[in-house]
Design a protein around this ligand. Structure first.
Ligand code: COA
Length: 303
């Protein structure tokens, strides 16, 4: 029999226990659970609206699962991480953690909820539906081998200069991603938080200028580990310069940078319904490795 406990603040030992669970699950699944935003929220002690939920064997046994609720700009984000042995339609750890998180949203005034599930199995549809959540956005993770031999593109790029390029980059990013739910309204704090991350490397953040303006950029991120992955982290072309071949050229510049760093696999995430980007990546030989899905729904206040 398992037991679910809610924690509105996580102490050092709680974070260490969750980190151990995440490492176990990462090893079993071949990818890291808990998105970047949520991990930062957890290790920085939790912003307003944060709640962690731990499920353990009995009252003091080992962790079987962890769910985290984080409040975003407009929505609540939930993620559920469960050890492989306690997953699936015959186990109730996942639905119990999820319903505890959804009930907490109700207690905190309700709102729109996004539950991200990496590589969802079929049983997730029913589990999510039992808590009032239904299929929403799908994020594809695409990969291709590196290096990528290609013709010279004749497009010059330079590295981002911290302390100088922030305002210009934010303007072009927000114009390129105007209709994107998470990437289109970045402010200086969001950018500086990323620049402070240990993986941040301005040499892998490439800018292309044309007519004295920032026209396009490709920001790469290296995932260290046994199997190093080179991510096209954010790629954008100013709307005034789209359709001119810059998207293609900048992705290739990013891949060249990653290959030169000795990385053998290029990777990126793209919204399944971003036809322009998916078609660009397919034409560059990227193939879908797996998909992550959001389940969404509106939760009523129970205050
Ligand atoms: C996606 C994006 C980077 C493409 O850049 P771009 O400079 O406009 O694209 P390119 O001119 O290099 O076109 C390259 C390929 O992209 C695809 N493509 C570009 N625009 C497209 C569109 N509107 N519809 C369908 N495919 C399109 C085509 O496959 C094209 O190849 P083709 O020229 O042989 O037809 C750009 O549209 C953009 O910044 N979009 C907003 C931000 C974004 O969605 N970024 C990707 C997030 S993962």
């Amino acid at each position: 029999m398992h037991h679910v406990q809610v924690k509105r603040r996580m102490g050092e030992s709680d974070v260490a226990e969750v980190a151990e669970l995440l490492a176990t699950v990462a090893l079993a699944d071949g990818h890291r659970p808990l998105g970047e935003h949520k991990w930062l929220d957890l290790v920085h002690g939790g912003r307003t609206g944060f709640a962690g939920f731990v499920a353990r064997e009995g009252r003091a046994g080992p962790l079987l699962g962890y769910a985290q609720l984080s409040r975003g700009h407009r929505t609540w984000g939930v993620e559920v991480v469960v050890v492989p042995e306690a997953r699936g339609p015959d186990h109730c750890v996942t639905p119990d953690l999820l319903s505890a998180a959804v009930a907490e949203v109700g207690r905190q005034g309700g709102g729109h909820v996004h539950l991200w599930v990496a590589k969802p199995d079929d049983w997730w549809d029913d589990t999510a539906a039992s808590c009032g959540l239904h299929r929403g956005r799908e994020l594809l993770q695409m990969r291709r081998p590196l290096p990528f031999a290609h013709e010279d593109l004749g497009v010059t790029v330079r590295a981002f200069v911290p302390g100088e390029d922030e305002a210009t980059w934010l303007e072009v990013n927000n114009r390129a991603f105007a209709s994107h739910p998470e990437q289109g309204d970045w402010d200086l704090d969001t950018l500086l938080e990323r620049e402070a991350e240990p993986w941040f490397d301005p040499d892998g953040f490439l800018l292309h200028e044309r007519d004295g303006r920032l026209a396009a950029f490709c920001w790469t991120k290296v995932h260290e580990g046994e199997h190093r992955l080179g991510e096209i982290y954010v790629i954008g072309v100013d709307p005034d310069f789209q359709g001119l071949g810059l998207g293609r050229a900048l992705v290739l510049a990013g891949l060249d940078h990653l290959a030169a760093a000795g990385i053998g696999t290029g990777m990126l995430y793209v919204d399944g319904d971003n036809a322009a980007a998916v078609s660009l990546y397919r034409s560059l030989g990227f193939e879908v490795d797996h998909l992550d899905r959001a389940y969404t729904g509106d939760v009523a206040s129970t205050r």
